[in-house]
Design a protein around this ligand. Structure first.
Ligand code: GUN
Length: 300
């Protein structure tokens, strides 16, 4: 079998166009001109984070959203960072706030950050990453306000590629707060409250301590890899005809590779996302979506 390549880049472009239309519609609904605004906070010099934040800023501008990037040095203190977040919470011209992760660890002249406390400080109504405990809790209860961007992008990808997970076994490899945990929750829920009709899956969360990981993966109708280990999922871990979603973006030498050994897995799977050009572009598209949603919640 040679798998269908799921073109995340094309679907992301479709969603970004929909977001641009939603920005225009919002402006027609409101009596005074409101330009949705996303404030991104970037602490330190991490090259990958700089690229991500620049890409987010560009994507905002193309969709008619104002992107403001606040760059802080690596030796910024926790108090200074919390002060900036407090100001952004209060600023009515800012609709969405994103603190780029990871924050610098101790060293580089800085003392390190309490990341949890930083994310907790973001106003839940401006929390377009959906990392605050309020938004995580609402998702757990099946009444989400914002959906976390990467899992929501995957739901959109499955929906728009006519892939149903209802009644199927989905194995999510990885249990991060950003991807693994919310992904599992969203696919297992009863109805479309977590994004379109993608629901009712039977979900297993696998991780580094899972016994017989290969066997667990082989039982998946849909295998979602979000571990951050280059090409960890081999072709022989994929069930013939399975759908494989690769969330990994790992730099190996001068190449970007996913968490899945793509060529091997594509021989076995019925459909697979490439890296780059699969899940990555969808994350940014859903961030723009959430920024417009936040603006609506604050103004309409
Ligand atoms: N770092 C890696 N992924 C993400 C994300 O989705 N949001 C933020 N803020 N930082 C990240």
């Amino acid at each position: 079998m040679t798998a269908e390549i799921l073109d995340g880049k094309r679907i992301a472009a479709e969603i970004r166009e929909e977001v641009a239309q939603a920005v225009k519609k919002l402006q027609l609904e409101l009596t005074r001109k409101v330009v949705p605004c996303l404030a991104a906070v970037l602490v330190g010099e991490d090259p990958a984070s700089q690229v991500y934040v620049r890409n987010k800023q560009r994507a905002c501008e193309k969709a008619g959203i104002e992107g403001r990037t606040h760059r802080l040095p690596a030796d910024t203190s926790q108090t200074q960072l919390l002060e900036l977040i407090g100001q952004l919470n209060e600023d009515v011209s800012v609709n969405g706030i994103l603190v780029q992760l990871p924050l610098p660890s101790a060293g580089n002249g800085g003392a390190g950050f309490d990341e949890r406390a930083v994310l907790d400080a973001v106003d839940p109504l401006k929390d377009v990453d959906a990392f605050s405990p309020v938004n995580v809790g609402l998702l757990m209860q099946g009444r989400p306000r914002f959906l976390p961007c990467t899992p929501h992008g995957i739901v959109q990808l499955l929906h728009r590629c006519n892939i149903s997970v209802a009644g199927k076994h989905v194995v999510v490899v990885g249990r991060s707060d950003i991807v693994g945990k919310p992904m599992a929750m969203m696919l297992a829920q009863r109805d479309g409250s977590c994004g379109r009709e993608v629901a009712n899956a039977t979900v297993t969360i696998a991780h580094s301590r899972t016994a017989n990981l290969a066997e667990v993966c082989q039982s998946a109708d849909c295998l979602i890899a979000a571990v951050g280990v280059p090409e960890m999922i081999k072709g022989n871990m994929v069930k013939p005809g399975a759908v494989v979603i690769d969330v990994g973006i790992n730099r190996v030498g001068d190449k970007l590779v996913g968490d899945v050994a793509f060529a091997e897995a594509a021989e076995v799977a019925s459909a697979i996302t490439p890296v780059p050009g699969g899940v990555g572009p969808l994350t940014i598209a859903m961030l723009l979506h959430n920024t417009v949603l936040a603006t609506r919640l604050q103004h309409v």
